[in-house]
Each structure stands twice: as structure tokens, then as C-alpha cells.
Design a binder for this molecule. Structure first.
Ligand code: PNW
Length: 506
């Protein structure tokens, strides 16, 4: 009997050659962008100042090419062209973010900026005209400066500011938007923005910044989720989740030491934000919080640098998400061995974690130092979080590859990356992961934060020198279009020409 089952299994696994496997019909294929990276119009029509406006205007030297997002790809004026590109690709969905200060110039919900709301209405309505499902992120890193002046994410008032903003947003767009993402990448907000100098507001409060931010961010997420659940879901019928960056952190060797090191690194990278929301127990991850408590004591702090949640808060946060949004790009191999450790400020997150990391030199390198093409990393990351958190609904809300600005339109390295990633997505679905969508980062080249315009992630090239910010499809755009159309990955597909078209029905 077992032999029969085994051979049936083998036959069904091997029945389809890899390149004939299909994505399910209801699988959402999309692309992603973020407000500050594409919109421009930094002070147009009543928009308030945000932390990226402030930082790039007062500290231009922190951006590698001294640029800023004042104009970016000018989607504020080019939104119809953006939607035309979505139609060219044949997208099912488009993920974009709202600029908080464009809607609430002071951050506080006392005054709504009508033209800001109007802009997003136009963007959304234009997508819906062509059956493109909007997936909307409320916060992709552009905090209103006024709220930063009051402490931003370190303020215990942050959760209520965020809930107030979320209510305005649900109220304004929720009749048409059914996929809400509260925050994009808590790690990048909290560690990079508050615990180091790699994102605005470059606070560099290495000891407590990240942990204070993590607590208030997670509480803010839960407040927005419950507001939606209680007051909007019944009439609007949508879903609300969060997007966390989940790269894969596996053990370098099979030793117990490396397994433990990898677990601690995962807690430091994404467990801090996922554990309170998706775990049964709730609260911050145990091993890491024990380490921080112990270190804090030795360092003379009167209490742990990592704050705690009350039991009521834990209860409020636990389960407060309809799906797990995953941004995934790469992998690292983690070790407890001293030879792999590097220097980190003391005290800080990575000093607390105290593990080393390694990436094999043979993994292909993109234009971004941190981004290499790692084998099987989507499968490893997604099966891991599925097992850990009882198979939540997952969307990959970002995945993509960067090239150099002068690398042209023939982006075969990006095509190789996407094909490998999407084959790995199919492996992941076959393994039983409840994965329902994939958003490529990015629809078009955009302002890549501290790297300015020096790293390009677009399926479409953008000519930032031109007044119209002309968009031109790269070869990868044609390949992605064919994957979406056929729901298959043909390893040999060559676009017949480089002239774009819109298929009937799009
Ligand atoms: C994401 N990492 O950031 C952001 O959501 C986007 O805004 C950004 O443009 C895109 O990825 C490309 O950088 C990340 O170090 C930044 O692994 C860093 C990492 C991952 C994602």
C-alpha cells in the first residue's frame, strides 16, 4: 500500500516538467511602489512636509547622489501613464502607498487635504476602470514631520495618531479598496530609522530607538486593524494586514550553535514584529528579549531597553491581521562562531543579537550591496513562517532585483532573478503554503532612498532627466507580462519585439 501511495506521489510530482507548472487562476500578480519613491509633488496642493522632505532638504549629503524625491517619477502628474503600464503588463493587482502628509498635512486628523484625497481617488478609479485590484499601504516610511517633532514612533501617542489616520483612509477609499496593509517593513522603519542612520529620521538611538518604535508600531497596527474590523469591515468587506521584510536567515552549519544563532537573528530581523501579531503566545520573541534584558542590566540600565506589553496589549495585538505580507529579497547564512561576527555599536540590536553572517561569493550580486540571488530562499522563508504561525494567508508584497543606472533595457540578470523566484513560488505553493499573490518590486525605477537614483529596480526604466519622466519597458517587463498571461514560466521565452501593447480586456 505504501509503495502504491509513494509511486502515485512520485508520478504526480514528476508528471509536470517544471516549466509546465501553472499558477492558480486566482493568484494575484502585481507590482509594487511607494509614495515618496514615485510621486514627486512634494509640496503640491497643500501636502505637508514629511521626514524624507526634511532630511533630504536639510541633510542632502546623506543621499548617495545628493538627490531627493521632490519630483521622483512625478506620478502625481503621470498617474494615467502608470495605470497604462499596469494594463500593458496585464497586472491583476497594484500595490502602492499613501502619503500621510498629502492627506493629513499635520499628521493629525483635524484637517483633511482635499486635493490629496482627490489624487488617490483618481489613481484608484483609473485602476478599477481596468479591473486592476488596488492593494494599499498606509505607511511606507514618509511620516509627517510634525509627528516626528513630537517623537514619531517613539511616542506612546503614536498608536492613536495612526488609528486616526487609518480611519480617515478607510472612510475615504474603503468603498473601493479591499486590501489594506498598515505598515511596510517595520524593521526598516524601526531599526534603520531609529536604531541607526540608514533611513529617515536617522535618529541613531542605537540602544532603545528600535525597541520603542517596535512596540508603538505594533500597537498602532493593532489599533488600525481593530478599527477596520469593528467599524468598516461589515460595510466594506475588505481585509487588513501588515507587510514585514522576511529575508531568509538559515544556519551556516548544522551545529546547535548555528541553529540557535539563526533563530536569534530571525527574531531580531522580523520576529520582533511578527511574534506579537502572529504567534499563539503574543509579545516580543523570548530569546531575544531575554538577551536584551540581560545586556541592559549589565550595561547599567534601570530596566530592559526592550519595553514590555501589558497582558491586555498582548491580547489586543495577537491575531490582529488578516494576512501576512512578506517582502522578500535575499538570504544570509548565520553562525554563532566568532569569526563571522562584525562590529556593531554597543548597545544596539545587532550587538544584542551577537551573531555572525555569511553569504557565499558565488551567489549573483545585484547593484545593491545587500541584495544577492540566493537559492530557494522564498521557499525556506515562507515554509518557515507557515509552520511557525499556523499557515496564515500570505502575499509576497515585494520581490525584485536592482541594476545600475547605465545598464540599459536588456536586463537579463533581472529576468534570471524573477524566473528563479517565481519557480520557487511554485515550489512554495506546492508545499502547502497559503500564498495568494506576488508583487514585483518595482513597476518602474524610483527614488531608492539613501541610494537616490543610483540603484534601479524597475520593470520600466524611467528617464529622470526628462520633464515627463519618460517610462520605457525593459526586457523583463515583456517576460513578466508573458508569465502573467500564460500563468507559466517559460525558461526560453524571448519577447518577439520591444514594442509594448495592451491585450484585449485590459
Ligand atoms: C524595500 N534588506 O526595502 C522597500 O520596501 C522598498 O521601498 C525599497 O525600494 C526596496 O525594498 C528595495 O530596496 C528594503 O536589507 C531595504 O534586506 C533593505 C532590505 C530589504 C528591503
Amino acid at each position: 500500500m505504501r509503495a502504491i501511495i509513494l509511486s502515485v506521489l512520485l508520478v504526480s510530482c514528476y508528471a509536470l516538467p517544471k516549466h509546465e507548472r501553472k499558477f492558480p487562476d486566482d493568484f494575484l500578480f502585481g507590482t509594487a511602489t511607494a509614495s515618496y519613491q514615485i510621486e514627486g509633488g512634494w509640496n503640491a496642493d497643500g501636502k505637508g512636509e514629511n521626514i524624507w522632505d526634511r532630511m533630504t532638504h536639510t541633510r542632502p549629503e546623506v543621499i548617495r547622489d545628493l538627490s531627493n524625491g521632490d519630483e521622483a517619477a512625478d506620478s502625481y502628474n503621470n498617474y494615467k501613464r502608470d495605470v497604462e503600464m499596469m494594463r500593458e503588463l496585464g497586472l491583476d493587482a497594484y500595490r502602492f502607498s499613501l502619503s500621510w502628509a498629502r492627506i493629513l498635512p499635520n499628521g493629525i486628523a483635524n484637517e483633511v487635504n482635499k486635493p490629496g484625497v482627490e489624487f488617490y481617488n483618481n489613481y484608484i478609479n483609473e485602476m478599477l476602470k481596468y479591473n486592476i485590484t488596488p492593494m494599499v499601504t498606509l505607511y511606507h516610511w514618509d511620516l509627517p514631520q510634525k509627528l516626528q517633532d513630537l517623537g514619531g514612533f517613539t511616542s506612546p501617542l503614536f498608536p492613536e495618531w495612526f488609528e486616526d489616520y487609518a480611519r480617515v483612509v478607510f472612510d475615504s477609499f474603503g468603498d473601493r479598496v479591499k486590501h489594506w496593509i498598515t505598515f511596510n517593513e517595520p524593521r526598516e522603519i524601526c531599526y534603520e530609522g531609529y536604531g541607526s542612520t540608514t533611513k529617515a529620521p536617522i535618529l541613531n538611538a542605537t540602544d532603545v530607538g528600535i525597541y520603542l518604535c517596535a512596540k508603538h508600531l505594533v500597537l498602532g497596527h493593532a489599533r488600525a486593524y481593530h478599527a477596520y474590523d469593528k467599524d468598516f469591515r461589515a460595510s466594506q468587506g475588505g481585509t487588513c494586514g501588515i507587510t514585514i521584510s522576511v529575508n531568509w536567515f538559515g544556519p551556516l552549519t548544522d551545529s546547535d550553535e548555528d541553529h540557535l544563532a539563526a533563530e536569534i537573528r530571525r527574531q531580531a530581523e522580523w520576529g520582533l514584529y511578527a511574534e506579537p501579531i502572529f504567534s499563539e503566545e503574543g509579545g516580543f520573541p523570548k530569546e531575544l528579549s531575554d538577551k536584551v534584558a540581560q545586556n541592559s542590566k549589565e550595561q547599567g540600565y534601570p530596566r530592559s531597553r526592550m519595553p514590555e506589553f501589558t497582558e491586555d496589549e498582548k491580547e489586543f495585538i495577537r491575531g490582529a491581521s488578516d494576512f501576512f505580507g512578506v517582502n522578500h529579497y535575499t538570504a544570509y547564512l548565520i553562525s554563532g562562531d566568532e569569526q563571522y561576527k562584525t562590529w556593531y555599536p554597543k548597545p544596539s540590536l545587532y550587538d544584542d543579537a551577537d551573531v555572525g553572517s555569511y553569504t557565499p561569493p558565488e551567489w549573483p550580486q545585484s547593484a545593491s550591496v545587500w541584495l544577492k540571488q540566493a537559492p530557494n530562499s522564498i521557499y525556506n522563508a515562507l515554509t518557515h513562517i507557515s509552520e511557525k504561525y499556523n499557515y496564515p494567508l500570505i502575499y509576497i508584497t515585494e520581490n525584485g532585483w536592482s541594476s545600475h543606472p547605465d545598464s540599459g533595457l536588456e536586463d537579463d540578470d533581472r529576468i534570471t532573478y524573477y524566473r528563479a523566484a517565481l519557480n520557487n513560488v511554485l515550489d512554495t505553493i506546492e508545499a502547502g503554503v497559503n500564498l495568494k499573490g506576488y508583487m514585483a518590486w518595482s513597476l518602474m525605477d524610483n527614488f531608492e532612498w539613501m541610494e537616490g537614483f543610483l540603484e534601479r529596480f524597475g520593470l520600466y526604466h524611467v528617464d529622470f532627466e526628462s520633464a515627463e519622466k519618460v517610462r520605457t519597458p525593459r526586457k523583463s517587463a515583456f517576460v513578466y507580462k508573458e508569465i502573467i498571461r500564460s500563468r507559466m514560466i517559460d525558461p526560453n521565452y524571448e519577447p518577439p519585439s520591444r514594442t509594448m501593447w495592451i491585450d484585449e480586456g485590459h
